[in-house]
Design a protein around this ligand. Sequence first.
Ligand SMILES: [Zn+2]
Length: 98
Amino acid sequence: MSTNKRQRICQCCGMPLEDGILGRNVDGTLSEDYCQWCYVDGKYTYTDMDKMIDICVVHIVNESFTEDQARAYLKQLLPTLDYWKNKKVGDHKYGKIG
Ligand SMILES: [Zn+2]
């Protein structure tokens, strides 16, 4: 157990996780790994990385971060997160959600 407060990020979209935006498991407990937009009542919102990028890009674009830069950033980041790593390996398991 570490006493350091490590910065957690959503393992689906990569946004910094704070207590107020944690997703919920199906039993109502809070997820330690996903935000409330990616993980709702035990269900994952996004099953397609490209679709998620389309949605996330809108939120992270600003004057100094263009859409192209945002897409490139997400395309690098997302494959390193647990959700997409697992999905790649076990696609047959997760492919039928939704
Ligand atoms: Zn998320």
